[in-house]
Design a protein around this ligand. Sequence first.
Ligand SMILES: Cc1cc2nc3c(=O)[nH]c(=O)nc-3n(C[C@H](O)[C@H](O)[C@H](O)COP(=O)(O)OP(=O)(O)OC[C@H]3O[C@@H](n4cnc5c(N)ncnc54)[C@H](O)[C@@H]3O)c2cc1C
Length: 367
Amino acid sequence: MSNAMHPHAFHLGRHLRLDDNPLLAHAAQTQDSLLPVFALDSSVQRSPHQEAFLLASLADMQSSLRALGSDLLLVHEAPPDNVRDRYNEPPRMIDDALLPFDIAAMPHTYTPFRQRVEAAGVRTSPPIDPVTSLPPLPDGVVCPTIIVPDVPMIAQGGERAARAHWQQYRDRRLPDSYKQTRNGLLGWDYSSKLSPWLTWGCISPRRIATDLAAYEVQYGANDGTYWLWFELMWRDFFALRGEHRTRDHHDVDRTDAYWQMMATASTGNSFVDAGLRELNATGFLGNRMRQIVASYCMYERNIPWQVGEAFFAMTLIDYDPASNVGNWTYIAGSGADPRGGRRFSVEKQREMYDADGAYTRTWSAQR
Ligand SMILES: Cc1cc2nc3c(=O)[nH]c(=O)nc-3n(C[C@H](O)[C@H](O)[C@H](O)COP(=O)(O)OP(=O)(O)OC[C@H]3O[C@@H](n4cnc5c(N)ncnc54)[C@H](O)[C@@H]3O)c2cc1C
C-alpha cells in the first residue's frame, strides 16, 4: 500500500495552514491517529519557481505540524481519486451555505453574480480558529524533512510568510490605494501579491476578507478596500463556475512552435516578450500584463488558449486551476465574458501602462 493511501492519511491538498482549516480541525477532533500527507504528483511539469514556492509552503507546514507533535509526509505520487478535489478546488471566501442562489443556477457572468451576493449583504464566511492540537502519528511512520530548493524567489512560501506579508500590507495602509495602483507593472506594492499564498491555502480568503472588514472598521472603508474584495470575489466566481474540472493539459504539445514562442519569449512584440520574460524569470506577472500577454498570444499570434493556459499552469507560482482557466477562456471569449472576448490593442496598452518604456527595458535586459 502506498503511503498516500495509508488508513490514517489525511491529505492537506491546497490547505497548507493551521488557521481557518476546517478539514484539518475536524480530523484533529475526530481521529485517534493522523498522518498529514501531501501528494506531489511527479508526472506534472512545474517550473523551478513554482516547485520551490510549493516546497517552501510544505516545509513551513511541516514545521508547524511538528511543533504540535505531528508531522507532514510528502509523497511523490498522484493524489488518490477520493481526495483529488482537495488538490484542485481552491478554498473560497464565501461558502455554499451563504450564497444567495443554488450553485447550479448561479449567474453566468461576473457582474450579476457579484450583485446578487452584495444584495444579500454577504462579504465573507467567517474563519475558524487555528488548530492547536493534533492526534499522534501512526506508529512507525517516519516523515523526512522537506528540502526547499535554492531558487531566487520573489515571495517565500508558507503560512508564516503569508501572515507576515498580509500584515505589513495592511500596516502600510496599501489597501487604501489598491484601486489606483492595481494595474501596475513594475514593483511589489502595486497589488496585494496575495495570490501565491492563496493558491496553496497558506492563508484563507475568509481570513483575508475578515481582516479587511476589521481594517475598514479601524481606518474607514474606501474604494481601495472595496476593490480588493471585488477582486477576491472574481476568485470565488471562477472557482464556482468550475471550468477547470473538465480541463486537462494532456492535449497540449510542449514542443510545438506556439509553446516555444511563450517559453522563449519570442512573440515578436517587445512589450509582450518583456512580460513573458518576467514570467519565466520569476513565476509571477501582474494582472494587467497577464491580460496583455494572453490577448496578444491568442489574437495576434493565433496561440490556442489551451496552450497559453497550460504554459501559465506550469509557470505561475500562483497557479490556480479555476482562476487560470477562467481568465483564459474569459479573454478567449468562450468563458464568462459577456462581450465575447477581449482583444486589446497592445500598442494602446503600452502607451497607457508603459509609456516611458521602463517595464520593457527592465525585462528586455534580463535575457
Ligand atoms: C490569463 C490570466 C491567467 C490568470 N491565472 C491566474 C492563476 O493561475 N492564479 C491566480 O490566482 N490568478 C490568476 N489570474 C488572476 C490575476 O491575474 C491574479 O490573481 C493576480 O494578478 C495576482 O496578483 P495579486 O495577488 O497581487 O492580485 P490583486 O490585484 O492584489 O488581487 C487580490 C486577489 O484577488 C484575486 N484576483 C484578482 N484578480 C483576479 C482575477 N482576474 N481572477 C481571479 N482572481 C483574481 C486573487 O486571489 C488576488 O490575489 C489570471 C489572470 C489572467 C488574465
